[in-house]
Design a protein around this ligand. Sequence first.
Ligand code: ATP
Ligand code: MG
Length: 203
Amino acid sequence: MTRGVFITFEGADGCGKTTQIELLKKYLDEKKIKNIQTREPGATELGVELRKILLHYEKPVSDVAETFLYLADRAQHIEFEIKPMLDDGYIILCDRFIDSTVSYQGYARKQDINQIKKLNEIATKGLKPDLTIVFDIESEVAQKRLQGEKDRLEKEGLEFHKALRFGYLELAKEEPNRIKVINANDTIENIHKKVIELISRYI
Ligand SMILES: Nc1ncnc2c1ncn2[C@@H]1O[C@H](COP(=O)(O)OP(=O)(O)OP(=O)(O)O)[C@@H](O)[C@H]1O
Ligand SMILES: [Mg+2]
């Protein structure tokens, strides 16, 4: 059995990750290509509990505690979902992964970037995505797309979101082979076409 492909989707809240993953899933399903949609945080049973805390816990959460909660979710996800599915030949479409932790907890919360990268390596046992797509968008545009009740991180201000965007773009510069950036201030259909172009060499 050939190994599957691990693709992650990254970018600020409201950039269009879920919209694009769902379109891509439909495309792969139609082509009868074995795939699975997953996300962080909250893909495993333990992860569901951690997600509730991460997004909705109302009392103060220390930056370090926040980081470790994401990493705990990731360790569980890798061991019980991602690794077995990859070994089973699936194309994995994962909504957020290691680059979210570096960008949010590192760049936006201003914690040590290299330390977070090392912690990611521990949580994933060194497993990296084959391809990461970052949907890049002006913070103001992404914020306007978000309707309804905002979660704990979405409530952060413009400065936080600008640092976050900068973080993603820095990571893309550091790892140009793995991380590809798409301008997300475009129509859903145009972005979908670009996503297909990017994934085509992996399927
Ligand atoms: N290219 C686009 N142009 C305009 N609106 C869009 C576009 N892509 C997605 N949207 C809309 O913006 C909103 C946010 O999109 P979506 O939920 O896909 O973002 P997300 O990156 O998954 O956000 P989150 O990180 O909060 O889950 C949705 O209402 C969606 O329909
Ligand atoms: Mg989403």
